[in-house]
Design a protein around this ligand. Structure first.
Ligand SMILES: C[S@@+](CC[C@H](N)C(=O)[O-])C[C@H]1O[C@@H](n2cnc3c(N)ncnc32)[C@H](O)[C@@H]1O
Length: 447
């Protein structure tokens, strides 16, 4: 049953108990209201990133605004050689900005796609390598692109392209697969990945893709090979020019790895700052939104790759069934109030209650494992968006701050950036409790 059609339940005693628990949390946590902040409309600003060298190499809508990161990170002199860590690094904005400031950046992400994107964005080249890169761009520009790479083994992805366009993409792919240079080939592949959505008949929309209303590829060329070549050459020349102009860049390290459980211990040491944004608890499935890029980029070759990815990710979605994990460090408010309340309703998925429990248990596990790896006084910023299910707001920011406090962190503040309006009609009935629907940053400090 659609959530909107259900009886409004936020006047129940369970909802009243939830608001009492939120008020109690607010008594011990400083919430800096939106009205006192004039700097950013949102820390997540993809448009700002698209105007900055390196950051503009891949349009990742979930990515941070680079200037937001810049304002949060310590200076090179105050960090004194420590590592800037982003456990959910996505397209790598935190670590790339760290590199621009001469700091050591380290980012983990479970997605092979975003890990690839971030790694390529960290490319540096000497003059000889740049000359070789430009030579490959010229060869590509003049090539008739005769060879064709294999079709992706996924019927849904194939349906997102006109046949002729898919063939052109596979011809460009065959070209760069033959490039025998470990720095140049990934740059070609990244340019290819950026062409996928502009040349597809579908665009990313919400938690999936939608057919474009007026489909046309981004060029005046009638021939799709010429249009694609023009697009790719422009991208590649932009990469070359950014590499040339950002020479005092300290290349960060990116790993395709989960930040949960044992994996964290390997490499994460002497952390002076963390700035991160975990997926919000909103059921988005990154493996669906980025399906075309994941399959055409050969990051997924079978359904089991997709399953492994979903299984390893934070429990922010309902597309996997997890074995019991990290039970110890969850949120009491979620486990005692929110989960039973949500499980008493018939939402579109019966897994939402356990997903929310798991979400906080996973984050609790991360906070617990991170603590000994942080320097004293290290500051951590977690950008989160609160969610809304069955007529009640899930105040992730307060709950995460509480989780941090229970693990011995100091809660500096919850900084509210903007209100978020859920699509559900029930939101209108929230009254004063609408304030909990927001995007904010939870700032924790290791004492
Ligand atoms: C909101 S995005 C981060 C965007 C990033 N701040 C940027 O500027 O590009 C969240 C990322 O968390 C990743 N993720 C989900 N579960 C994870 C896990 N267990 N370990 C590491 N990364 C994970 C997702 O693949 C996604 O790329």
């Amino acid at each position: 049953m659609a959530e909107d059609q259900q009886k409004f339940r936020s006047d129940t005693s369970e909802a009243a108990e939830l608001y009492r628990r939120y008020s109690r949390l607010e008594q011990g946590i400083f919430v800096r209201e939106q009205s006192t902040l004039t700097t950013y409309s949102s820390p997540v600003n993809f448009i700002e990133a698209m105007q900055r060298p390196r950051h503009r190499w891949f349009p990742y809508k979930e990515g941070f605004s680079p200037s937001f990161v810049n304002d949060f990170l310590p200076t090179a002199s105050s960090a004194k050689g420590g590592v800037v860590f982003d456990p959910f690094s996505g397209s790598g904005t935190t670590s790339i900005v760290a590199g621009e400031r001469g700091l050591d950046g380290l980012g983990f992400d479970v997605s092979p796609l975003t890990n690839f994107v971030a790694t390529v964005k960290a490319t540096t080249m000497n003059a000889k390598e740049l000359r070789s890169f430009r030579k490959h761009i010229a060869e590509f520009s003049g090539s008739p692109l005769i060879a064709v790479a294999a079709q992706p083994d996924n019927e849904t992805v194939k349906r997102y392209f006109e046949d002729d366009v898919l063939n052109s993409l596979l011809r460009a792919k065959a070209f760069f697969k033959e490039i025998d240079c470990s720095k140049t080939a990934p740059l070609f592949k990244l340019a290819f990945l950026t062409a996928i959505e502009p040349f597809s008949t579908h665009r990313k929309a919400g938690n999936g893709v939608k057919r474009k209303t007026n489909y046309a590829w981004p060029s005046a060329h009638k021939d799709s090979v010429l249009a694609l070549k023009e697009f790719l050459v422009k991208q590649l020349e932009m990469f070359a020019s950014d590499i040339e102009q950002t020479t005092d860049f300290r290349s960060p390290i990116f790993r395709q790895r989960s930040c949960l459980g044992e994996a964290l211990s390997d490499e994460v040491e002497d952390v002076s700052a963390v700035l991160t944004s975990p997926p919000y608890a909103n059921c988005f499935d990154y493996s669906k939104i980025y399906m075309s890029e994941l399959w055409l980029g050969d990051f997924f070759a079978s359904k089991s790759d997709q399953n492994d990815f979903r299984q390893a990710s934070l429990r922010s979605h309902v597309h996997a069934t997890w074995k019991e994990r990290y039970q110890k460090a969850g949120s009491p408010v979620v486990d005692e109030v929110i989960r039973p309340y949500i499980e008493g309703q018939s939402l579109w998925s019966p897994k939402i209650g356990s997903m929310l429990s798991g979400y906080f248990a996973d984050l609790g596990n991360l906070l617990n494992n991170l603590k000994p790896r942080l320097r004293q006084n290290a500051r951590m910023g977690f950008v989160v968006g609160n969610s809304f299910y069955g007529g009640i707001p899930v105040a992730t920011d307060l709950l995460l701050a509480d989780l941090g406090r229970s693990q011995g962190y100091l809660v500096e503040e919850v900084r509210v950036y903007r209100g978020v309006i859920p699509s559900s009609q029930q939101y209108r009935k929230l009254g004063d409790n609408r304030k909990y629907m927001r995007e904010s940053m939870v700032i924790l400090r290791r004492p």
